[in-house]
Design a protein around this ligand. Structure first.
Ligand code: MCU
Length: 402
């Protein structure tokens, strides 16, 4: 069957969701029509000749428009209508593939976004979806059978630099001095998208119980916080979130005191407005914080969480994210949910450019937590680096069975 597509006109300004698109389904209950082998009756009451099932002789010059493939001449308009149908069938069969007939189509128009849902056999399949931070496309390859919802998070809370504090629709609503940093404001926006999906399920054809969230880099930090704060998210997919996402503040400090150059709490609050102004009081003393970012992952547990990191950028904290998520994994272990946890650190690619080496892991997580294939094997904890880092020494606590 065909999947929904979306036309995205000019500037969406009043919606959270600027576009919604879903890929072609990988399977369908309605059989695809086979290439046409006969064409309809001619308008003049004549009968169209059958389209030959095999190819005729080779012709080195351009084929004659006015002779049917079987050799009969086109002598009137009725014949020509038949011949056009035959030509179309031949193009479909030998060059272009079958163009399906019109399926069941529904559409809604709101806030300058036109959403179109197409389905075959009069049947609608609720789709899972991944909410992508950023109004450009996802930087992970979203598997087929999963819709992508583009979330213009900067519209909810700006993140240009330190001057973005309190700017965006979230702050229009709650006041520019609200304590929420941009990461929290965006998570609020994700929750509103899910609210909206619950309200428009029949129109969007998206299943609000099978929602993933992703984003890369600063938006990966955002995706992580959304997964932590919004329990309706079934699968959290932070990509290269680094410090402030999958990294622990304490481990970043430890790395820096050992000669690395990793983004740390003091630096990050000067760079942008991702965190609450309240955090400023602790950035010089992170050991005071009654949590670190392994516990951000604990808020996601035992829901699906697949963390992608890139060790080629030391700034992101390759040891910090590895150690931090190694600690987080113990929480999944306590819950008997190791299968739902993934950490994968693979280098050799640009920032936010998804490496093929992670495809099978990503596909497995999506298959299990969004597409409902419960038998899929998922859990992973790996790095392609030789980090020689002792996670245990940072986790002087016992892991219970909960
Ligand atoms: C990895 O996320 C950030 C990082 O925290 C910043 O220090 C850096 O400037 O930008 C990264 C990013 O968002 O890159 C797109």
């Amino acid at each position: 069957g065909a999947g929904p597509t979306t036309a995205a006109p000019a500037q969406p300004t009043t919606t959270l969701i600027s576009t919604t698109k879903a890929p072609t389904y990988s399977s369908s209950t309605a059989a695809a029509p086979s290439p046409t082998t006969s064409v309809p009756s001619a308008g003049g009451g004549g009968v169209c000749p059958n389209v030959p099932t095999s190819l005729g002789a080779s012709v080195s010059t351009l084929p004659d428009p006015f002779t049917f493939a079987g050799g009969q001449k086109v002598i009137n308009r009725a014949d020509w209508t038949c011949r056009q149908a035959e030509i179309k069938a031949l193009f479909e069969k030998y060059e272009l593939g079958t163009l399906p007939a019109k399926p069941t189509v529904s559409a809604s128009y709101s806030g300058s976004t036109l959403s179109i849902t197409a389905s075959t056999g009069g049947k609608l399949w609720p789709l899972p979806a991944i909410i992508n931070y950023g109004s450009y496309g996802a930087s992970i390859p979203v598997p087929s059978g999963v819709a992508t919802i583009l979330f213009n998070n900067d519209d909810i809370a700006a993140q240009q630099d330190g001057s973005s504090r309190g700017k965006g629709k979230f702050y229009d609503l709650y006041g520019s001095s609200h304590s929420a940093g941009a990461l929290t404001a965006w998570a609020w926006g994700v929750s509103r998208i899910i609210d909206a999906l619950e309200l428009t399920k029949s129109q969007t054809n998206i299943d609000p119980t099978r929602i993933g969230v992703t984003g890369c880099s600063r938006n990966g930090k955002g995706a992580f916080v959304a997964g932590a704060f919004e329990p309706r998210i079934a699968l959290t997919l932070p990509q290269e979130s680094g410090a402030g996402g999958a990294g622990c503040w304490r481990l970043a400090n430890w790395q820096n005191s050992n000669g690395y150059n990793v983004q740390d709490a003091k630096e990050i609050v000067g760079e942008n407005v991702w965190f609450s102004p309240n955090f400023n009081s602790y950035v010089n003393n992170v050991n005071q914080l009654p949590f670190d970012h392994h516990l951000l992952a604990s808020l996601v547990a035992p829901r699906g969480l697949y963390i992608m990191e890139n060790p080629d950028f030391e700034w992101l904290g390759k040891i910090s994210t590895y150690g931090c998520m190694g600690a987080a994994r113990k929480n999944y272990q306590a819950l008997g949910a190791l299968e739902a946890f993934g950490y994968s650190q693979v280098g050799g690619h640009n920032h936010c450019s998804f490496p093929g080496a992670q495809s099978s892991e990503l596909n497995a997580f999506v298959s299990k937590y969004l597409l409902g294939n419960s038998g899929t094997t998922t859990g992973v904890f790996r790095t392609d680096q030789n980090l020689n880092f002792n996670i245990e020494s940072w986790c002087p606590w016992t892991v219970p069975s909960l």
